[in-house]
Every structure is written in structure tokens, then in C-alpha cells.
Write a new protein. Structure first.
Length: 142
């Protein structure tokens, strides 16, 4: 495949992933608004979702400038760890004898699933941006 076509395909993939993340983010916010969780749990999930959007915006800026991409990677790493910790804490608080209560289990798993999907998309967006930068750097060297 021609180098220009690879770059076009990478750009299409990069921005399609961003669009998919925005769509999942909207669905996540709608699901979060109707969830039967405590207010502090909802607030933390809103903060987490906002932080993921902010880091992806920062990642887009870093990808366009071809600089400081590692800072976005560090922030994304911390947010990923916090997502896992938050889901475990919320599950532990809302469970009784190691089992999640029936009335909250569907909404809880939907929230966890959306938060993990959004986080995974953010990581894939970061990796695709890295590939775009390395592809451009290799093209300049040749």
C-alpha cells in the first residue's frame, strides 16, 4: 500500500475512533443519569468521563503538534487505573455477601461496561495517534 494511502487510512481510523468514543460517552451520560447509584458514585463517574474526554482532546492536540504525546499517555494510564479501582469500590459497596443486589446489577454492569469501553477506546485512540506520528516521522526520514 502506498504511504499516502496508509496515512489517509490511519487518519480515517483515528477520527472514526474519536467519533465512536463520543457516541459511547453520550450513551454513558444518559445511562448514568438514570442509574440507581449513590450521588457520590455518579459524580465520580461523571468526573471520570470528563477526564477521559479531556485527555482525548489533549491527545488530539499532541498528535497534531507531534509533541508531548507521553504526557497524554501518563494521564491515560492514571485514568485507566482509577477506572478499575472505582468500579471495584462501587461493586464492593453495593454488594452483600459478595453478590451484587438484583435491583442494581443490570444498571451497574451497564455503567462498568460503558466506562471500560470508553477507556479502551481512549487507549486505542492514543495508540493510533502514536502510529500516525511514527508514520509521519518515518516518512520524513526517507
Amino acid at each position: 500500500m502506498d504511504a499516502n494511502l496508509k496515512k489517509v487510512l490511519l487518519n480515517m481510523t483515528y477520527y472514526t475512533l474519536i467519533g465512536a468514543m463520543v457516541a459511547f460517552e453520550i450513551f454513558f451520560m444518559i445511562t448514568l443519569a438514570g442509574a440507581s447509584l449513590a450521588m457520590w458514585e455518579r459524580v465520580l463517574y461523571y468526573i471520570l468521563a470528563g477526564a477521559l474526554v479531556a485527555v482525548v482532546i489533549y491527545d488530539i492536540i499532541c498528535t497534531c503538534m507531534h509533541r508531548q504525546k507521553y504526557i497524554a499517555g501518563f494521564i491515560l494510564y492514571v485514568i485507566t487505573i482509577l477506572t478499575v479501582i472505582l468500579s471495584l469500590v462501587v461493586m464492593a459497596i453495593n454488594s452483600a455477601n459478595g453478590r451484587l443486589l438484583i435491583d442494581i446489577s443490570e444498571k451497574f454492569f451497564r455503567l462498568v461496561l460503558f466506562s471500560y469501553i470508553i477507556n479502551t477506546l481512549a487507549v486505542v485512540i492514543y495508540c493510533t495517534g502514536e502510529k500516525l506520528i511514527s508514520h509521519t516521522a518515518n516518512r520524513i526520514k526517507k
